[in-house]
Design a protein around this ligand. Sequence first.
Ligand code: 4AD
Ligand code: MG
Length: 443
Amino acid sequence: MGNELLEGMNKRMNNTEVKDLSRHAGEEVTVSGWVETVRVHGKVAFVVVRDGTGLLQCVLVRKAVGEEIWELGTTGLTQESTVAVTGVVKPDERAPGGNELGVTGLTLLSAAEEYPIQPKEHGVEFLMDHRHLWLRSSMQRATLRVRSEIMQAVTDFFYNDGFTRVDTPILTGSIGESAGELFSTDYFGETAYLAQTGQLYVEAGCPAFRKVYCFGPTFRAEKSKTRRHLTEFWMVEPEVAFADSDDNMRLQERFVTYLVERALERCGEELKVLERDTGLLEGIATPFPRMSYTEAVEVLTAEGQEIEWGRDLGATDETILAGLHERPVLIYNYPKEAKAFYMKENPDDPRTVLCNDMLAPEGYGEIIGGSQREDDLTRLLERIREENLPEEAYAWYLDLRRYGSFVHSGFGLGIERMVAWITGRPHLREVIPFPRLMNRLSP
Ligand code: 4AD
Ligand code: MG
């Protein structure tokens, strides 16, 4: 692109955004964006432009714009070409966004080659291969707008609640959750693992700040190809000093209710585009129903599921349990062998640990895993040995029990599962801009 054109483009970029047009009724403005569709009806043409803040129908009247602009507007604008359109803003209730533009000027900033995504049905693999372009489609835009709102709501919730954000490393030396699902890489002759969780590190933040959280991407070499598993996903993990498992569940209820309310309050348009039936979401309020793991096994057995006490719950079990309620359900105190080494033994039933999962309604599965942490040095060391974890890698973690141990609890919420539930998208691959799956590293 020539320097002159680029300069001109920069000037024009400092122009009006479609979302603000209602403030400019009757004025002449310039909008830049990408061409979605062009329709010609005799001597009038309609060019729909997307500028990233909304859609704008630009109306070209042959007589008014003159031959040059008419020619460009009706034959020169391929789908996704970049344009700057000047015109007068006319409020029109039927138009998307509530305004039309009566065109007076049109500049082609970049002509697009034939666009691979056409307004017709494409297969999912094709769309995933073109994810970098698919992001522009209306359903994808709506989904990712909700995601962005949820990300913001997460940080607002913890900020307003007096939490300090503690950023935890992605390259780590200790296994956070389970040895079977680790990505490892050479680290100057040592082995580094991509973090499965920030939890162990964020626990170290408690004696410094009392209430802390970390929020970032986490990695699991999940060999399962399900709609609920990504190999890279975002997790927010609060950790609270002097909070037990009960306090932990209460925080989870408050947090999830807040996120749902925020989405309903601020993403109404997006949820409409997604045709999300928000009936159940509107009913989300604390408290959530609770059930112990042992009770859950009884319920599942009565429902005809084959489950032996001690085994972790599977996807079908979770769907059955969640289906009994219209709110998320908290299943607590799982058997020790089904859960991670750091969870605190239940003094009332040492076969179990003080933990809980939160299962979302409508079949979206486990959205939260949390627990009270083992705060007894000897017991924690025993658990590390029982699980055959490399003791040296946990020396620093054990220090947290050596120097002022304390009751504490925390949890992790998977952002994609939360957003999938809120938006009603069936597969996690659509709720993150560039999903990483077992069979997908590109784009
Ligand atoms: O239950 P998980 O494994 O818990 C932890 O990692 C704890 N360290 C959290 C803590 O106590 N601080 O994972 C927490 C949540 C799950 O409930 C789920 O929502 C999400 O992370 N998650 C995944 N999301 C997408 N793809 C995957 N492969 C996921 N694995 C877990
Ligand atoms: Mg879990």
